[in-house]
Design a binder for this molecule. Structure first.
Ligand code: ARG
Length: 469
């Protein structure tokens, strides 16, 4: 089975005389997935090696030499003058192999007191520490885009739905702020995950630490972690941070999926509440008239991947004996996919929503005909002293009269007809049950009244401004 070329720079060549053949070697390799950790692997190694020098574990000048070479490799990779070898086992062996190739024995000193088990955990965390703020920026941009639309529509009344049946009038801004509230929680979830993952596993070794006098406090601080991790076995076994972020991504994608479902419904001929821009739509290969909200549908569809990735990770980890198991190598592909998917979907969602035009006449017209004012008619009677349960019944009976008479709203009834159900009705009932009046009356905190939604928009903007990334 031996394949010398394939195995010439594997890190474990001393123990095994026979090595997996090409196909088997490729099966256990992870370079295709973990190559994106190159920068983080280099940063981790630079800090580790300088600490080794400082602690006298390797000569200080050798440490400086390795550090300089790592910096050079970093630059070459960034400039594209150095390519990552797709035949390497993983990013750790590729970088270390390169160091040895270029520096000989000096390169062979870098791994003292370290295992790929703590190395991969630190690389993964470093990557997430720099990528999660980028995702948070995408959330902020998406929320701001929705708030810009909300600003324009604090007075635009539309039906609010329960059971996808028209329920009560709200404003478009109120609906958009409902989405923003969900996205703002998502932002918070990502921030929380960053706090908990902020412990540096470097120095945990394979699982049991090392007898070499490493300075874990120093490497944790130099890499920008709050502290070294507490327990070396936990350090290499723990993937809670991946589970949390996969969960955060799945929840966020579930939100986007629901918003997109609204968009798809609103874009239908039957609703026509929204006009998705042509540049954010696609046509049909056979039906010439079609303009489809494909972007919204794809975002909705991609939410499935993120739910799947979360389940993959939970299943991957649930049966693993402590501490490290090679199964854990499978962790990155799922989380990378979830975070990539979320990033792209946030960008697409923002583009689609920012350019969308709302059909406010259609929305307002849809507030009439579905008896959306029935609750307000009942509350009118409550204000005049009728117990709510009775008021509810009176309003329901009036709705039944309207339906029997083919009338589309309570306003179609004469005052005498209304009074036949309750003497409490006066002329002012007609003003109280217009869609605008129904909305204006609901000005409690959280409600759809224009001035209240303006407050919600202001609070959301203030919260976003307080976030420093
Ligand atoms: N590529 C591996 C991973 O992603 C690195 C750790 C390998 N450790 C080991 N003992 N085989 O997990």
């Amino acid at each position: 089975m031996g394949d010398d070329k394939q195995n010439s720079n594997v890190l474990w060549a001393g123990r095994l005389t026979e090595k997996p053949s090409g196909e088997a070697f490729a099966f256990q390799a992870s370079i295709a997935v973990d190559k994106r950790l190159a920068r983080d692997d280099i940063n981790g190694s630079r800090v580790h090696v300088m600490m080794l020098g400082k602690q006298g574990i390797i000569p200080a000048e050798t440490a400086a030499k390795i550090d300089a070479e790592l910096a050079r490799i970093d630059e070459e990779l960034a400039a594209g003058s150095l390519a990552i070898d797709p035949g390497a086992e993983d990013i750790h062996s590729f970088i270390e192999g390169l160091l040895t190739e270029r520096l000989g024995d000096a390169g062979r000193m870098v791994h003292a007191g370290r295992s790929r088990n703590d190395q991969v955990a630190v690389d993964f965390k470093l990557y997430l520490k720099r990528i999660v703020p980028e995702i948070q920026k995408e959330f902020i941009a998406a929320i701001n885009t929705l708030l810009d639309q909300a600003d324009k529509h604090t007075e635009s009344v539309m039906p609010g739905y329960t059971h996808l049946q028209r329920a009560q009038p709200v404003t478009l801004a109120h609906h958009l702020c409902a989405w923003c509230a969900a996205l703002e929680r998502d932002l918070g979830r990502f921030a929380d995950a960053l706090v908990r993952l902020d412990e540096c596993p470097l120095g945990a070794g394979a699982l049991a630490g090392t007898g070499l006098p490493l300075d874990r406090e120093a490497t944790a601080a130099a890499l920008g972690f709050a502290r070294p991790s507490l327990n070396s076995m936990d350090s290499v076994a723990d993937r809670d941070f991946a589970l949390e972020l996969a969960s955060d991504a799945a929840i966020a994608m579930t939100h986007l999926s629901r918003f997109c479902e609204d968009v798809v419904i609103w874009a239908s001929e039957e609703f026509k509440f929204i006009n998705v821009a042509e540049s954010w739509s696609t046509g049909s290969s056979i039906m010439p008239q079609k303009k489809n909200p494909d972007f919204a549908e794809l975002i909705r569809g991609k939410s499935g991947r993120t739910a799947g990735n979360l389940v993959t990770l939970l299943t991957l980890i649930k049966g693993l004996p402590y501490a490290y198991d090679k199964d854990l190598q499978e962790d990155k592909e799922s989380l990378f996919d979830s975070l990539d998917t979320l990033t792209m979907c946030l960008r697409m969602f923002r583009g689609m929503m920012g350019s969308a035009v709302f059909n406010t006449e259609k929305m307002e017209a849809a507030c009439t005909g579905g008896f959306l004012e029935a609750t307000d008619a009942a509350e009118y009677l409550v204000c005049k002293g009728l117990p709510f349960r009775k008021a509810h019944e009176v309003s329901a009976l009036i709705v039944r009269d309207c339906i029997a008479a083919g009338q589309k709203g309570i306003a179609g009834r004469t005052l005498a007809e209304l009074k036949s159900h309750s003497e409490l009705f006066e002329d002012d009932i007609y003003k109280a049950i217009t869609p605008a009046a129904c909305v204006a009356a609901r000005r409690l905190p959280g409600g759809p009244a224009p001035e209240e939604v303006k407050r919600q928009i202001r609070i959301l903007r203030e919260r976003l401004e307080m976030i420093s990334l």
